[in-house]
Design a protein around this ligand. Structure first.
Ligand SMILES: C[S@@+](CC[C@H](N)C(=O)[O-])C[C@H]1O[C@@H](n2cnc3c(N)ncnc32)[C@H](O)[C@@H]1O
Length: 388
């Protein structure tokens, strides 16, 4: 089979997969069919190498693998370290990616943009999502902003090559929206925020929607949908899961501490029956993770389950980079608990998590969509809404 034929097969299979899994409704299915993802994937992408670093994969050197990635239902890393990888050519931090097609489809479904409406996308990345919007809405109604000039130019080229040159690709800070083209019916962010920028609300028509992934240092994995009111505030809640990199200005604190045996010796030791997955695994404990993300600020969490650790031990870390406080919980899959916890520093991070997890249990385990978000010019306010 020729490379072009293989790409066509890959494209068809991806759309079939999205249709069968139910994420593509009748309105978006022909749109995904019309826009081949591979046309927006750059020649160089990044994959995980040994030791957790990111290494480049060149289409010219491994066209087969590149094609597989281009049509897999998975995110593809398209830039590392804001375009400045290390001298040895490896990368540390993902700074742009083509999002997982399932997530793209889910977000577009929540966005519910109709032909004729005007949309501002934040985070152009490859331009693929902007192309899907253009295919459905008319390219002239789509404005997309990318902070990285090189990425913006690559996306502009890809959009033009695919026939969507009427899309406006702006190089700039999407946190400020794009006043010259406002108001919009939708502001759709493909970067996560900790605080929703008020400019997005201000530039959306009353009745319009702001859709954005949302998260905090503790947990970054909710999809927030807000409706803009006549008074130009926005009200809404988390409607789904969505894990995205954040706006450059709102990057999450990266947990990282170098501890010695002496640090451990000076830490306070306690025991808990809380299984780490119940407070850390967003797939199975989404509602608890969201409650902790809201109620325990500035607490970076990372959890490596036992299967990822060479010693077969699961480790949960809690770190407040500002005060240097930390907590660590170890669990072995063969032991049901209690689990040993060490904590140290001016903040007792484990105690905070323990208290707030019990608050959540005692409150009847409120689901993520009970948290009401209000965005005003004064800022973001989150409050638990009434039971439904
Ligand atoms: C997950 S990628 C977006 C994927 C993209 N929608 C696509 O279809 O390929 C997030 C993008 O947001 C960009 N970004 C981060 N902060 C930004 C900001 N303040 N304004 C505009 N873009 C930003 C990043 O450079 C990155 O390209």
């Amino acid at each position: 089979m020729t490379a072009a034929a293989e790409e066509q097969v890959g494209h068809r299979q991806l759309v079939e997969h999205l249709t069968e899994s139910g994420v593509l409704g009748a309105d978006w299915q022909p749109v995904f069919e019309a826009v081949p993802r591979a046309e927006f994937i750059p020649e160089t992408v990044w994959v995980e190498g040994d030791g957790g670093v990111l290494v480049p994969l060149y289409r010219t050197q491994d066209p087969q693998r590149w094609r597989e990635l281009a049509y897999a239902d998975d995110a593809i890393i398209t830039q590392v370290d804001d375009g400045h990888p290390a001298l040895d050519g490896t990368g540390r931090r993902i700074s742009s990616s083509a999002s997982m097609p399932t997530v793209v489809a889910q977000m577009l479904a929540h966005c519910a943009a109709q032909p004729g409406q005007r949309v501002l996308e934040i985070g152009t990345g490859t331009g693929y999502n902007a192309a899907l919007l253009a295919q459905r809405l008319d390219a002239g109604n789509v404005v997309t902003i990318e902070i990285d000039p090189e990425l913006a130019q690559t996306a502009r080229n890809a959009l033009t090559a695919a026939g969507y040159d009427a899309v406006t690709v702006v190089t700039g800070d999407g946190a400020q929206g794009y006043p010259p083209a406002a108001p919009f019916d939708r502001v759709l962010s493909t970067t996560a925020v900790q605080q929703v920028p008020y400019d997005w609300v201000d530039q959306t028509r009353p009745g319009g929607l702001v859709i954005t992934p949302w998260g905090t240092d503790y947990y970054n994995g909710g999809l927030l949908v807000l409706t803009v009111t006549e008074e130009h505030t926005a009200l809404g809640c988390l409607v789904d899961k969505a894990s995205f990199m954040t706006l450059r200005q709102q990057r999450l604190t990266r947990p990282g501490l170098t501890l010695t045996a002496e640090d451990d010796a000076h830490a306070t030791c306690s025991y808990t029956d809380i299984h780490p997955a119940d407070i850390a695994n967003g797939h199975v404990a989404f509602d608890a993770c969201i409650a902790l993300a809201i109620r325990v600020p500035h607490c970076a969490m990372s959890y490596a389950p036992p299967e990822l650790d060479t010693d077969g031990e699961g480790i949960l870390w809690l770190i407040d980079a500002h005060s240097g406080s930390w907590a660590r919980l170890h669990h072995h899959p063969d032991h049901d608990g209690p689990y040993r916890v060490l904590q140290s520093g001016s903040r007792h991070l484990w105690d905070e998590i323990h208290t707030n997890y019990h608050w959540w249990l005692n409150a009847g385990r409120p689901p993520a969509d009970r948290w009401r978000f209000t965005i005003t010019p004064e800022g973001q306010h989150i409050q638990l809404g009434p039971r439904r």
